[in-house]
Design a protein around this ligand. Structure first.
Ligand code: SAM
Length: 792
């Protein structure tokens, strides 16, 4: 009775938040949170497809490739072949493949086959502008690990979450891990090919009359090589970290320099900063810009400028705008891997002013990114700068004696690095490398390839495709940002405040290291974009500037700790590193003999793991219980008829009885029993567990259903039935339909964690038939899920 009372008490709470009118809204909120939690499945599905080589296989086939042809062509364990369709289905939904009629498919049924799309063209291995190296480096476990430490980092003293996860900076890690560095540099190079081609096609004027240019942080020289080739009159220099340029050789009008942009930028009339300043915070960026300005001033040429290729974040955009979302993803990425950020126009303007530039011009021609020219460095400021810093610069960095530590501690570089034996070549860190015509020729060849795929007409399309892939890669940032907000308690803090909470009030209320407070706004911005918070005007005193403050939304109501239907335990369970780890093994699993990717990652089944790890089991069971509360309430509110005239009911796999207790309370005439594993039922303090059929494959599900039929038949009562609460996957839906996407996420989740799947109506019907049932009725009343009645 004590247990029952506590559930009654719980039910009172439910009544407070759930009633006739808001149940649909609550189910909608639950679905939206699920979608956000599982956004990372988009990232991991695409990664798996790339690792299995699917885009190239489909493309090389040259005509629509049927599922059976694809399954045969894939390097997988054929036992896993039913899962290929499910992987392809989610990638069709996200625009990376399409289905087309197969011509002359013989007699009988018309068949459909997979083709690649504009977006997947940029995933092909041999495309010189391929986004694949970028995807593989960004979704490498080393790079995704820092996201598990986002909320810890908000509280600790580390410079970046990357440091918290990997114990060193991102750049240091690169110099220790040649493999990752190679991926990363390849990624930069393929992006550089695309961007430079567009810049050279569309913004020729940027380079008109220019005689010398230095590409600062120019990596392995893709951009500079292209410029040097297309504009033979421009003397091009690439400055990058010594280990990056170590093996590179220049050409006629191209040379490589190993050095540190915080120390000295080689003299040139134009300084190019492509994807550099977003890596660094404002203070660091001003330092870099000052070094650039100095280099320009030294060239003594009029009209010198810095050309920046970077994002300009829009201030306000439509909620569904993928480009804006991608910009916010990049901003969070810069926070997590590095100390940088993405800037809006106001923030760019401030940087330029602080670095002593007088003017700038932004040309938004590169999709998500812009060409930003900062013009005419201030003469006076520049002089002052010289007086302050020139003496400290009278040294150079020795190429061989170069130490990583140097640029990390650039604040006091003068004392750290002024070792006389390293002073070569006057006051310059420039090491001109031997001209190598072969190298230049190979780049020319590359440029020919680029011409093949890029031209006036398709550059915008290619940039859009690149943006779409980026968006997909970084979908996991939605999941991780929400997890971080929950771990920091943000929904409860804002809700408890009772009125709109300004950003400064929120910063003070949060349990964080105040050094990190400037990042709170960025976390809130992405969560506002995904609808978990909203901004409202703060009513202020007269004369005061109008301020805005954060409020919670319908979606975040279900994230509040004390809400008995809270989705928080589910979120914390599903985004626990143990549960997300299997996603790193998806493509391996397609090739090996393990029953699930969870087994590959953790060496045992999901259910076994739960019984060994009480913590995870608790999270998981809490998650099931809060869902059970919401769903049972809705069923009892909206589907009373389901229980009418029923005298006995068994909840199969009903755990410790969250659902059965509610039914027993609401329908005193029903004799309720719960069937579960002996240890679950014996220990009532333990787990609440709702087992549903999507956890099991078809064969297992038919076995379960046959046992259920036996139970009903033995009861000898007319009108007996099985009631199933599960998803019915829609067959076709709009691409933007969040509910459909969430159903596909769950299907992939069932593939990764257990042996189950989500079923469409045809698949359900087959199950029921195979288990010997004669009829069924589906009532889609539970948001993403349906109430399915099956009759013997
Ligand atoms: C995001 S990548 C951009 C590469 C290239 N600009 C592009 O867009 O393709 C940043 C580059 O800055 C280089 N880098 C980092 N710290 C540096 C420093 N202190 N001095 C010079 N280069 C640095 C990295 O090695 C890397 O190549």
């Amino acid at each position: 009775m004590e247990k029952l009372k506590s559930f009654r008490h719980l039910n009172n709470n439910i009544d407070l938040v759930l009633n006739e009118e808001n149940s649909i809204e609550l189910l909608g909120a639950q679905g939206h949170i699920w979608n956000q939690i599982f956004n990372f499945i988009n990232s991991m599905s695409l990664k798996c497809a790339i690792q299995l080589g699917i885009p190239d296989i489909v493309n090389n086939y040259r005509k629509p490739m049927t599922i059976s042809q694809l399954v045969l062509a894939l390097p997988i364990n054929q036992k896993k072949s039913p899962c290929v369709y499910r992987l392809m289905r989610i990638l069709i939904h996200s625009g990376f493949f399409a289905l087309q009629k197969v011509e002359g498919g013989g007699e009988g049924e018309e068949e459909e086959g997979y083709v690649i799309t504009d977006a997947s063209k940029l995933l092909l291995k041999d495309n010189p502008m391929s986004v694949t190296p970028f995807l593989l480096s960004m979704l490498d476990p080393v790079m995704t690990k820092p996201w598990d430490f986002l909320s810890n980092w908000f509280q600790n003293d580390d410079p970046t979450p990357f440091d918290t996860a990997n114990g060193m900076t991102f750049w240091d890690y690169g110099s220790h891990q040649p493999n990752l560095a190679r991926f990363f540099n390849d990624a930069m190079a393929s992006d550089a090919r695309l961007v430079t081609s567009v810049v050279i096609e569309k913004c020729k004027w940027v380079f008109e009359g220019v005689e010398s240019l230095v590409d600062v942080g120019g990596g392995t020289g893709t951009v500079a090589t292209s410029i040097a080739t297309n504009f033979p009159q421009i003397q091009c220099t690439v400055l990058d970290l010594p280990h990056v340029v170590a093996d590179l050789q220049g050409g006629n009008n191209l040379n490589f320099v190993g050095g540190d942009m915080f120390v000295e930028v080689p003299t040139a009339e134009v300084v190019l900063l492509k994807w550099i300043l977003h890596d660094w915070n404002d203070e660091e960026s001003v330092k870099i810009l000052k070094k650039c300005k100095e280099a320009i001033m030294k060239s003594k040429k009029k009209g010198g400028k810095v050309i920046i290729i970077d994002m300009k974040v829009e201030n306000e955009k439509d909620e569904d705008d993928e480009s804006y979302e991608t910009q916010l993803f990049f901003d969070m990425l810069m926070m997590t891997l590095l100390t940088g950020k993405e800037r809006n126009e106001k923030e760019w303007a401030k940087l330029f002013k602080d670095a002593g530039f007088s003017d700038y011009k932004i040309t938004p021609i590169l999709g998500l990114r812009s060409v930003i020219e900062s013009l005419r460095p201030h003469m006076e400021l520049n002089l002052q700068f010289h007086q302050l810093h020139v003496p400290k610069m009278c040294y150079s960095i020795g190429y061989f004696g170069y130490h990583q530590q140097l640029w990390k501690t650039h604040d006091d570089f003068s004392t750290q690095t002024c070792t006389p034996h390293k002073q070569k070549k006057k006051s310059s860190c420039v090491y001109r490398l031997i001209v190598n015509m072969e190298k230049l020729k190979s780049f020319r060849h590359l440029n020919n390839n680029i011409d093949l795929v890029l031209n006036e007409e398709n550059s915008i399309e290619l940039l859009r495709a690149q943006g779409h892939i980026w968006n997909q890669i970084f979908n996991f940032i939605n999941s991780m940002s929400l997890k971080c907000a929950i771990q920091l308690g943000i929904p409860d803090i804002i809700n408890n405040y009772g009125k709109p909470m300004t950003i400064s009030q929120l910063k003070l209320a949060l349990p964080i290291n105040q050094k990190k407070s400037s990042c709170v706004y960025r976390l809130m911005r992405i969560l506002t974009h995904s609808n978990f918070f909203a901004l409202q005007k703060v009513e202020g005193r007269e004369g005061e500037e109008e301020e805005e403050g954060y409020v919670i939304t319908d979606a975040s109501k279900l994230l509040l700790k004390d809400n008995p239907m809270s989705v928080t335990p589910f979120l914390l369970a599903m985004l626990d590193p143990v549960i997300t780890k299997p996603w790193d093994f998806l493509s391996n699993w397609f090739q090996n003999d393990d029953p699930t990717p969870f087994d590959t990652a953790n060496g045992m089944t999901f259910w076994d793991y739960g019984s060994h790890q009480p913590n995870l089991a608790r999270f998981f069971n809490d998650a099931m219980a809060s869902d059970a509360r919401l769903v049972t309430s809705v069923v009892i509110e909206k589907c009373r008829w389901v229980f009418e005239g029923v005298e006995s009911l068994v909840d199969v796999g009903g755990g410790t009885g969250t659902v059965a207790t509610t039914i027993a309370t609401s329908f005193p005439q029903i004799q309720c029993s719960v069937l579960d594993l002996p240890h679950v039922v014996a220990d009532l303090q333990g787990a609440n567990n709702l087992w549903i059929l999507h956890d099991w494959n078809d064969e297992e599900s038919v076995k379960i259903l046959k046992k259920c039929k036996e139970a009903i038949t033995k009861n000898n009562k007319k009108g007996g039935k099985v009631i199933i609460i599960d998803m019915k996957v829609e067959n076709e839906k709009d691409e933007d339909d969040e509910s459909y996407e969430t159903q596909l996420f769950f299907d992939m989740l069932m593939m990764a964690l257990v042996t189950g799947k989500e079923r469409n109506e045809k698949e359900w019907a087959k199950l029921f038939k195979d288990a010997g049932f004669s009829d069924y009725k589906i009532t889609p009343i539970l948001g993403l899920r349906s109430l399915i009645e099956v009759y013997p």
